[in-house]
Design a protein around this ligand. Structure first.
Ligand code: UN1
Length: 503
């Protein structure tokens, strides 16, 4: 079996723990991708020592020079797009057209961050004293511990790592144990781009190494994408250590469809939003709220479209929907389907593991060997139901009914999450009222709840985040501190707040 390593100080090496875990393709349990190290605290100490040493030089390199390296990384991601997309599909399952999009987000992020290194604007402002100059500019935070999920194995890490590096930080990255190979390719690309040694390190493993990173006193910041429960416990630990922490967590995103909407467009949007990435996005459409006058018509057409979605190997271009990530995910999703049934929702389609009787992209592909679940559709879902409230992270969509826009907004907002939201309407007033009232970091008008672009702020309110926004210009608020400078050239002691108001 192929053996893979950690990446510390530009050296590929085994863990001191001597322990490993297997990375298995979710589409085929017989396809073992390789063995990866289960890192421990000794590995982390080495990475921290290397990072500290690297930080000293990296933070002093002119930002535009750092930008040149990141631009080069973008070029290499672009050159290696096809090859990397296949690796990602093999390891986490989503179809190749999606993994290519995932890499494109990283390319966009590299190019955006590279140009930002020539801005990273600070502020000059008048002093209240004569002959004195006030300014404030961004400085790096230090060593950043980055912990991410597997559903966007390149895009989501890049949203954090690339701007962190652009701003002069160094990074210790713990990828998900379900997508470790993509992380190693990420490291290879950073090295090819010319990143100095120790600036970017990868440590594989699960909770043990994740907790060690969060607890390490010399790691100054934690950037996390994953579940709300894990995020909250990381945040409380960081609180007690007075460590900066940025969290991107769960979602329970709703698409509202008004009676005046283009129904065909809304159906297409819901299909992509709910079943794209097999529903495994924090931005996924897990609820559709339909105006009562179009409720039956929408469901009738929608159900037929869901039936047509072909399951299979993401490497096959005919596949619409890939597998879910692992057995734990299957158990969780099937448990929620049972909950939905017992709560009285109508299961109108799907609801089971998909076997070879299911609509496949290739008749010879054995769905039984992979983690395949039928795209599932519940109707008649009410807001008290757990399937309406809780994040399932799988191909399960709940449909509910409303009579007025106010009711739709109230339904959309009546969950503990607030990442994405959407309204389909051809009425200007409806759309702007929704934009104003929806409690979410992102609102789409006439587009599904997925599809964030790299140069815009990304993040959510309520249980989704802790006030930060990745993406665009706002990500630099996470990965920098402000240094404020006063330069007094009056040649005398000037006491602020006192001398200038002296009679
Ligand atoms: C995620 O699910 O963690 O907007 C990120 C989107 C993608 C990013 C999703 N561009 O759905």
């Amino acid at each position: 079996m192929e053996q893979y390593n950690n990446y510390i100080n530009s050296v590929w090496r085994q863990s001191r723990s001597q322990r490993t875990f297997n990375n298995i393709s979710p589409a085929n349990k017989n396809d073992i991708i390789g063995e990866f190290p289960e890192s421990n605290i000794a590995d982390l100490e080495e990475a921290v020592t290397a990072s500290k040493f690297a930080y000293d030089k990296w933070k002093r390199m002119p930002a535009p020079k750092r930008g040149d390296i990141l631009r080069k990384a973008g070029d290499i991601f672009a050159e290696r797009k096809d090859e990397l997309a296949k690796i990602m599909t093999r390891e986490m399952g989503k179809p190749v057209f999606e993994t290519k999009g995932d890499i494109q987000e990283a390319i966009d992020t590299c190019y955006y961050a590279a140009t930002e290194t020539r801005r990273l604007f600070g502020h000059n402002t008048p002093s209240e004293m004569p002959d004195k100059m006030n300014l404030s500019f961004r400085v790096p935070v230090g060593i950043c511990g980055i912990i991410t999920a597997w559903n966007f194995p390149i895009a989501v890490p890049s949203w954090k790592i690339i701007p962190a590096l652009a701003a002069g930080n160094v990074v210790i990255f713990k990828p998900s144990e379900d997508s470790p190979l993509s992380a190693n390719v990420f490291a290879e690309i950073m090295e090819q781009a010319g990143l100095p040694k120790g600036v970017f390190n990868v440590l594989h493993g699960a909770t043990e190494i994740g907790e060690a990173i969060v607890n390490h006193p010399d790691i100054n910041l934690i950037g996390f994408t994953g579940s709300t429960d894990t995020g909250k416990s990381i945040a409380s630990k960081c609180g007690s250590l007075n460590k900066k922490v940025s969290l991107e967590m769960g979602g329970k995103n709703a698409q509202i469809v008004m009676d005046d909407a283009n129904i065909e467009l809304a159906i297409e949007g819901a299909l992509w939003g709910a079943y794209g990435t097999t529903g495994q996005r924090c931005t996924a459409t897990s609820r559709v709220l339909l105006h009562s006058s179009i409720y039956d018509k929408f469901i009738e057409i929608f159900k037929e479209r869901v039936k047509k979605l072909k399951l299979g190997d993401g490497l096959n271009p005919k596949t619409d929907v890939g597998p879910v990530i692992n057995q734990k995910a299957i158990d969780k999703i099937l448990k929620y389907i049972e909950i939905g049934k017992s709560e009285g929702a109508n299961l109108v389609f799907g609801g089971k593991r998909a076997d070879n009787g299911y609509n496949r992209s290739d008749d010879n592909f054995d769905l039984n060997n992979g983690n395949f679940i039928q795209p599932t559709l519940f109707t008649g879902v009410t807001k008290e139901m757990r399937i309406f409230q809780e994040e399932i992270f799988g191909p399960v969509l709940s449909i509910s009914k409303f009579d007025t826009l106010e009711e739709a907004i109230e339904l959309s907002n009546s969950v503990n999450y607030g990442l994405s939201s959407s309204i389909y309407t051809n009425n200007v007033r409806n759309s702007w009222v929704a934009v104003r009232e929806l409690e979410a970091g992102i609102t789409y008008v006439n587009a599904p709840t997925i599809g964030a672009e790299a140069h815009m702020p990304f993040g959510g309110v309520k249980g989704t985040g802790n006030g930060h926004r990745e993406g665009g210009w706002t990500v630099f608020d996470i990965f920098t501190e402000w240094k404020t400078v006063y330069i007094d050239y009056s040649d005398k002691l000037q006491r602020a707040q006192i001398d200038n108001y002296d009679e």
